[in-house]
Write a protein that binds this ligand. Structure first.
Ligand code: AHM
Ligand code: MG
Length: 337
């Protein structure tokens, strides 16, 4: 593996292509990668490190936090907040945005993250991940407010995730394709193992939580019914299904072999007064940029996710993403509805 580039070598090479680059962005990516290595270490040690189970606290979403949710959040804040690259951060686990600590230098980047996505999988030893998104603070703003974060996904200058699975993989895009790096624990470096990841346009695999079927809207029901009808149905082919309950794992599978992932709006979600299950700014947006950059598509069913103007930091949206032709079909069914 020593023949392949490390993540640091890769981003420095990218930085050299940009005239006037200060190296600050490279340092920020390095910090994010360091935080992901530390989270990976905690996840890997599991029960040995005493990090399984509930912390008996609730986040702003009203979800009970796992111990590892809190630890991952602390690692992200601590590693990224003190080095002068970020102006402020926002997290799934924090009610309000987090300014850089007192006395620390203010950078120009806004870092938004879900420190441990799919954390209900922690206690059962199934894949979890970290999702991150970087925006620029508006020109001249040293101490950003929440309003400064509310930029559409098209404005992201970096989006990525770390997947803590059988191996730890960091996948990211700066808007010029998608690259994946595997953590070599022996040397402590992420190594470029998945250059130029692309999503096949067609697929015969879907991912959706089928237990919500009775609450779905007609276009989603129509699409899944047609998949389930298999060879004898209107699609004329059999479909396979997966549901890991960890968006990072689902997106990584889709980047590896194609597929469609859906967490649509449904009657149960609407009854709670929410716009979806997944969060726009630190789940849907970064994953949508990655998927689009890999040649796939991402929509709410009715509009491109990256075009949505966020109303608040913890906003939720329906998500349909993956292989382009399937996502376009689901969008068409919504428009015909
Ligand atoms: P989390 O950020 O609280 O872990 O929630 C997000 C996760 C996604 O990773 C996953 O796709 C979804 O929630 C699973 O939801 P469900 O348990 O309803 O199947
Ligand atoms: Mg999440």
């Amino acid at each position: 593996m020593i023949d392949n580039k490390t993540l640091t070598q890769f981003i420095i090479e990218e930085q050299r292509k940009i005239s006037g680059a200060t190296g600050e962005f490279t340092l920020l990516v390095n910090d994010i990668a360091t935080a992901c290595k530390a989270i990976s270490d905690g996840v890997n040690h599991g029960a040995l490190a005493g990090v399984l189970g509930s912390a008996e606290t609730e986040n702003v979403q009203g979800e009970t936090q796992k111990k590892m949710d809190i630890l991952s959040n602390d690692i992200m804040l601590h590693v990224n907040g003190r080095n002068g690259h970020v102006a402020a951060m926002a997290s799934e686990e924090l009610d309000e945005i987090s300014p850089v600590p007192e006395g620390a230098k203010h950078g120009k980047y806004l870092l938004v993250f879900d420190p441990l996505d799919g954390s209900s999988n922690m206690d059962v030893n199934v894949s979890v991940g970290t999702i991150f998104s970087v925006l620029k603070a508006p020109e001249g703003v040293a101490e950003p407010s929440e309003a400064d974060f509310l930029q559409p996904g098209t404005q992201q200058i970096l989006a990525g995730y770390a997947l803590y699975g059988p191996s730890t993989v960091l996948v990211m895009t700066t808007g010029k394709g998608v690259n994946g790096f595997t953590l070599d624990r022996n040397i402590g470096e992420f190594i470029l193992t998945h250059p130029n990841m692309t999503i096949p346009e067609d697929t015969q695999e879907f991912a959706i939580n089928m237990s919500n079927m009775r609450f779905w809207e007609p276009p989603v029901k129509r699409y899944i019914d047609e998949c389930l009808a298999g060879k004898e149905g209107p699609r004329g082919k059999d479909f396979n299904m997966r549901w890991v309950a960890s968006m990072v794992a689902e997106v990584h599978r889709i980047l590896t072999r194609g597929g469609i992932f859906m967490y649509p709006i449904d009657e149960k979600i609407k009854a709670k007064g929410e716009g979806g299950k997944l969060r726009l700014m630190y789940e849907a947006n970064p994953m949508s940029l990655i998927v689009e950059q890999a040649g796939g598509a991402s929509t709410t069913g009715r509009e491109r996710i990256l075009d949505i103007q966020p109303q608040h930091i913890h906003q939720r949206v329906p998500v349909v993403l993956g292989s382009k032709n399937e996502v376009e079909r689901v969008t068409r069914y919504h428009l015909e509805d």
